[in-house]
Ligand binder design. Structure first.
Ligand SMILES: Nc1ncnc2c1ncn2[C@@H]1O[C@H](COP(=O)(O)OP(=O)(O)OP(=O)(O)O)[C@@H](O)[C@H]1O
Length: 299
């Protein structure tokens, strides 16, 4: 488990992380979203133990991460700007990783090469940007980390490789309870893999949600009635948003599916649809609730 408690980080006088607390359960994938300059990379580097917070605590398995060599053998951070030693081939870089990470899996390295089809004798810096990113994931996943921290990880990967890498990550989470923290500007980019999402804005975590709960608990409802309905219909629902399009009411309702359904059915609607919301729509309504327009925060 990763636990961040009341973390503050300043660069000179600039407060980049104001007072951030979050918890990432073992074997889960957490998406950290936010606009440019929100503080995502700073938070990721703090959690990876690369930089030290000014205040608060960053712990993995209840131990401080900063300068913790034992923990770092089980943690990999893939930054947005990749780093490889110049002139190193994939094989040489793999040997470097093998020395650094005790759980290095050579068998997996060979298997993944068959799928990625990259030349292990090629100098990494001669590869394209997307191919270098493939190498970063390849090496990271062969180090068998218990904690994988990814900063804008999918930029520059083609859709086929992106899907393949996401499925490898999900497999490691499912099979050996790897814990993943991934940052992105883009909700759609991470919504298919994350269990929970937090939105960071100007150094503060605005909302943090478990996605299954969130999706199960919020619905778009379209209803129409033959005659006028009395106000008790809406009073009995937790409505986040409501508009009338002709004779059809369109509402965003929070609540358990069956409860909402049975409440509305009592009023004998002639049209009644309950539709799931996209994650982006859910966040738009949630963020409006706390006074922010999500369009200004995410892509
Ligand atoms: N080493 C540093 N020295 C001084 N200021 C820094 C340093 N690193 C980051 N900052 C500042 O901290 C703020 C947050 O930067 P950070 O890279 O964490 O944001 P981000 O959310 O990852 O942004 P982006 O999505 O654009 O990558 C920015 O204002 C940045 O200028």
């Amino acid at each position: 488990m990763i636990q961040v408690q009341n973390v503050k980080k300043k660069f000179e006088k600039d407060i980049v992380l104001a007072d951030v607390s979050l918890k990432i359960e073992k074997g889960s994938i957490y998406g950290l979203l936010g606009s440019n300059g929100a503080g995502k990379t700073t938070l990721l580097k703090t959690i990876a133990g690369i930089i030290k917070q000014n205040n608060g605590a960053v712990e993995i398995e209840r131990k401080p991460v900063f300068e913790n060599i034992v923990l770092k053998e089980r943690l990999i951070f893939i930054p947005d700007a990749l780093f490889f030693f110049s002139h190193y081939t994939v094989n040489q870089m793999a040997s470097f990783y093998e020395n650094l990470y005790p759980n290095w899996n050579q068998e997996r390295f060979v298997q993944m090469q068959k799928l990625l089809k990259l030349d292990v004798t090629q100098k990494i810096q001669r590869f394209s940007k997307g191919m270098q990113r493939q190498v970063a994931f390849w090496l990271a996943l062969c180090a068998m980390p218990d904690y994988l921290i990814l900063d804008e990880p999918f930029d520059g990967l083609d859709p086929v490789i992106r899907r393949k890498i996401k499925s490898w990550i999900i497999q490691d989470v499912a099979e050996r309870e790897m814990t993943v923290l991934v940052s992105s500007h883009n909700l759609e980019e991470v919504e298919d893999i994350c269990d929970a999402v937090g939105i960071l804005h100007r150094g503060e975590l605005l909302v943090e949600k478990d996605l299954d709960d969130l999706k199960a608990d919020i619905h778009k409802v379209q209803i129409a009635f033959k005659n006028d309905v009395d106000d008790s219909l809406f009073e009995g629902l937790d409505i986040l948003y409501q508009e009338k399009r002709g004779s059809v009411f369109v509402c965003i309702v929070r609540g358990e599916y069956q409860q909402v359904e049975s409440h509305i059915n009592k009023y004998e609607p002639v049209v009644f649809d309950m539709l799931p919301l996209t994650l982006e729509e859910i966040f738009i309504y949630e963020m409006e609730g706390v006074g922010y327009a999500i369009e200004n925060i995410l892509l």
